[in-house]
Design a protein around this ligand. Sequence first.
Ligand code: TRP
Length: 340
Amino acid sequence: MATSARKVSLTGIKPTGEPHLGNLIGAIRPALELAERYDAMYFIADYHALTVLRDPELLRRYSRSVAATWIAAGLDPERITMYRQSDVPETFELTWVLSCVTGKGLMNRAHAYKAARDRNAETGKEDLDAGINMGLYNYPVLMAADILLMDSDVVPVGKDQSQHVEYAADIAGSFNHLFGGEHDKLKIPQPVVPAADTGRTLPGIDGRKMSKSYGNTIPLFVSESQLKKLVRRIPTDSTPVEDPKDPDSSSAFQILEQFATPDVTSDTRKRLEAGGMGWGDLKNLLFDVLNDQLGPLRARYDALMEPGSELDDVLAAGAEKARARARRVLRLVREATGIQ
Ligand code: TRP
């Protein structure tokens, strides 16, 4: 892949929870499209997760789960590179070098850090840095290292992460300015925000945006009975079965739209608007559609999650490719700085 003329896209996924329907719509599907156009690299940002996760079993589980999910959802491991951040130790060498050319003020302005300080201010804490670890503070530098180390052209991220990609571009600019000589050493990356992230988001089972921080998700790989239970919990109003309904006001319909074929969606819209279709009917339909689509994925996911499965080979091959790429960039950086 490194020899092809196609541009490289790089995405990191933080393993901090079970993958859910919102991830599939917001991150995984757009990534599948990008994999058609770029040499796509995906990595499990396990060291980033350590800023919040304090449970080794969970970290191991989530890391594997993220990789298994993306492959089960359709990423072809033959065509893409998938690796664990922790399998590329060059990342941490570059992180240090980059922190030496990064203004502390830039980190003070980073969204996640500022939000954590704001929360402290709101709760009346005297020390606005209370409970904030250096991992959270340095997070954007580690992320810049992930990106710059792979000589990435584009970085597909959600809106919430685009500041981080801009930071990576800034930091690369500082490095090139200080150490570039005749030729830039670090490539300036471009953020790509998938269309799905600029428009509507998927509602969760309480009607708010589906997010693990709200605890309102439908995990991708639950049992059928669990899936049914979660779908039933989606809130609806008390319009009687026979009355006309507004499909767009319904969370269940908004989820259906993302998973059903256009025909099923428009037919359901008509039936709801005409009256005679109850919210219960809609939820039964939603369950069937989800279960049909997720069933085959679940089987593949379960197989990949088994210890010693094909997933280990995928990650080992990915680590090797990623390290080869990383070493090239790091060699340039070491030479440019005088470390070597
Ligand atoms: N910070 C990203 C997130 O929380 C994950 C991530 C880490 C990442 N390193 C990256 C994304 C590099 C893109 C490129 O979602």
